[in-house]
Design a protein around this ligand. Structure first.
Ligand code: SAH
Length: 350
């Protein structure tokens, strides 16, 4: 693969232009074009400069191969083709306050959570910062958005991959996506979800990026958590809670826990009470969601009635919580349903 021009910050593009013997305003033109979701061949610069860029950089790091629209709720799922032929998925959800795009950070995932389709075939590779950013730039463009009037207003790093298993690229992406003058999505409109990689959570608290830190908890005791999340062998819930507290101390941002309700596993009243006890007094919010079933897995969703009861108990115990409705499940676009595949050399999609 060639290099990815969308990995560069505006400042780095200015240095690149200089390296190529070009004036600063050419870097500004390139930056503006890229942020508008343009390919190299569409950039509004002299043909010779476009040719020089094409030699070294990918024409289109992320391409929308197909779009699926949910009949139930209008959610869109995108099948993206990367320059090396890998295929990843992403989702755009429409809400009253704006549109939220769910982006992937890796091709696959190696965390091995038992309820999730993204990890079924392991991790193939990390995405670069520019590949993560390009998912947003091209969806914004294809939805008719521009830099002033964005079609993508919120971003969640909740697609395939564990963001903190690709730490450097993800932090670079966050700096570039929030940068003034670009697509400029505010950190407060971004949520990063992690399965709880404690050292990276600690490191991230130092970066000074005040986003919505979200942790996938899904259990209240380590010996239960390990049944569905292998990462629980490595980090204890108590360590995760300490890292969250540190994040709050450094950023002033409350944090969020994701709790997927799985029948016969973590959805009983006793689990709700244990969760409330664990989180009482902490500056956090709980997002409950009923499991989206994955055909290769034998786990089942807790019933709606059970989920409502779980929510009620948390609220009675003074815990801030919401029960999220699942979106895009009819197109395989809901939480835990995103996958990857690959275009083989004959061009066929398996
Ligand atoms: N790797 C990160 C980012 C994934 S975010 C993380 O683990 O947080 C996706 C969210 O959906 C996570 O909270 C994940 O635990 C949850 N999830 C995975 N599979 C799911 C499923 N089948 N149903 C509901 N939620 C699921």
């Amino acid at each position: 693969m060639k290099e990815i021009l969308q990995d560069f910050s505006h400042k780095e593009l200015i240095a690149l232009a200089e390296e190529l013997g070009e004036k600063k305003f050419r870097a500004d033109q390139i930056y503006l074009g890229l942020m508008q979701g343009k390919k190299i061949s569409e950039l509004n610069v002299p043909a010779a400069l476009r040719a020089a860029l094409s030699e070294r950089f990918e024409e289109e790091p992320v391409h929308i191969l197909e779009t699926f629209v949910s009949e139930a709720d209008g959610t869109k799922k995108y099948l993206f083709r990367l320059a090396d032929g890998n295929l990843i998925e992403g989702v755009l959800m429409k809400y009253k306050y704006g549109n939220t795009q769910c982006v992937s950070t890796q091709v696959g995932c190696r965390m091995g959570c038992k309820f999730c389709a993204s990890t079924l075939n392991g991790r193939l590779r990390d995405l670069t910062a520019g590949e993560i950013l390009s998912q947003i730039l091209i969806v914004n463009r294809s939805e008719g958005g521009n830099l002033k009037d964005r079609a993508v207003t919120n971003v969640v790093l909740m697609g395939s991959g564990e963001p903190f298993d690709n730490y450097g690229n993800v932090v670079r992406f966050l700096r570039n996506v929030t940068a003034e003058g670009g697509i400029a999505i505010g950190a407060r409109n971004i949520s990063l979800s992690t399965c709880g990689l404690v050292p990276e959570m600690r490191k991230f608290a130092e970066e000074g990026i005040p986003l919505n830190l979200t942790v996938s908890l899904h259990a209240t005791a380590d010996e239960e958590r390990v049944r569905t999340m292998p990462i629980a062998n490595k980090y204890k819930i108590s360590e995760i809670l300490d890292a969250c507290a540190e994040y709050f101390e450094k950023t002033g941002r409350r944090y969020i826990f994701e709790y997927t309700l799985i029948s016969g596993e973590n959805a009983d009243e006793k689990h709700a009470l244990a969760l409330a006890k664990l989180l009482k007094g902490r500056p956090c919010h709980v997002n409950l969601i009923r499991l989206n079933e994955v055909k290769e897995r034998s786990l089942h969703a807790a019933e709606e009635r059970v989920a409502q009861k779980f929510l009620e108990i948390l609220e009675q115990q003074g815990i801030s919580a919401t029960l999220r409705r699942s979106m895009g499940s009819d197109i395989g676009g809901a939480c835990g349903q995103l996958r990857y595949s690959r275009i083989f050399p004959d061009g066929k999609i398996p």
